[in-house]
Design a protein around this ligand. Structure first.
Ligand code: SIN
Length: 294
């Protein structure tokens, strides 16, 4: 049985090692499918807040265990593309370039542009957990950009200018562009379109648990700055997009078998770097619900 609430379970022996990067830590020795007591859970939670991306190595665990562990951080999102839910597990989105009988088994181009998950909803995601199932021999990396560092590195003038601003985010912003490149992407039903009405978010958000500020705009979902003329808003967004993913803020995750990577969508953006077409890649993603950004 996968672990859920086990406040008095025996401690597990595991190590948390910060990565030599602008964000990230790896966890060695923990088995997320075994009971995790409150003290161990508090260590994991702290590492997530401090490092923004936590890589749990060697998790040979079932989808049930992945879901149960994810739920310890909050209720889970159900992704609008129900076509790519794992059978029997609507909380899991299959991220994969694999086709079976000519049909994609998952969302092959997930993460093709920098983004923070679900920023297009009024309550964007707290964090996401991506679990490696099948990895290509080359490529398939995931990049993460630290948006606290991005905010802190802005000039004071630019910080003051953008602090009061809000921006619109839309799931549909790049949908047709992606469909033109990848015709297997399903046409959205009216019910799906209705689920993803645009949302307005602060351009700079405050992390609800640490109080740190972070840039919160992305090339994938942010469509415009509220109240600015189109040209001025677009120029500002272009400047912020370029700044937010400078190499000094980025960690490149090279996947190892059975990695489970847990990132904080309130602190980082991410990007799938791409997989050569002839190689297979499959991962399972859960996405934790978050709260209203401020
Ligand atoms: C995603 O954006 O959730 C997918 C990232 C990846 O496939 O590396």
């Amino acid at each position: 049985m996968p672990a859920v609430l086990s406040p008095h379970a025996p401690a597990q022996t595991f190590e948390i090692r910060p990565l030599d990067a602008p964000l990230g830590a790896e966890v060695i020795g923990l088995d997320i499918s075994k009971p995790i007591n409150d003290a161990d859970f508090a260590r994991i939670h702290r590492a997530h807040l401090d490092h923004h991306v936590v890589v749990f190595r060697g998790q040979q665990v079932s989808p049930d265990a992945h879901v149960a562990f994810s739920r310890r951080f909050g209720p889970l999102e159900i992704h609008v593309l129900h076509q790519y839910h794992l059978a029997g597990h609507p909380e899991i989105l299959i991220v994969s370039n694999i086709k079976e009988n000519g049909e994609p088994i998952g969302l092959g181009d997930a993460g093709a542009y920098w983004h923070s998950d679900i920023s297009y909803k009024p309550k964007p995601s707290l964090g996401s957990l991506l679990h490696a199932q099948e990895l290509p021999a080359e490529g398939g990396d995931t990049l993460f950009a630290n948006q606290h560092l991005a905010w802190e590195a802005l000039s004071l003038t630019l910080q003051r200018r953008i602090l009061p601003l809000k921006a619109e985010h839309s799931y549909l912003a790049k949908y047709e562009e992606l469909r033109a490149k990848n015709p297997w992407r399903p046409k959205l039903s009216q019910a799906q379109v209705d689920q993803v009405a645009p949302a307005v978010q602060p351009v700079v958000r405050t992390h609800p648990e640490t109080g740190r500020k972070a840039l919160f705009v992305s090339e994938h979902f942010t469509t415009g700055i509220v109240g600015l003329p189109r040209e001025e808003g677009d120029a500002l967004l272009a400047e912020l997009f370029a700044h937010s993913v400078k190499p000094a803020f980025v960690y490149r995750h090279r996947w190892q078998p059975h990695d489970l990577v847990f990132w904080d969508n309130r602190s980082v953006m991410h990007l799938a770097a791409g997989t050569p077409d002839h190689l297979r890649r499959k991962l399972y993603r859960t996405t934790i619900q978050g709260d209203t950004p401020f």
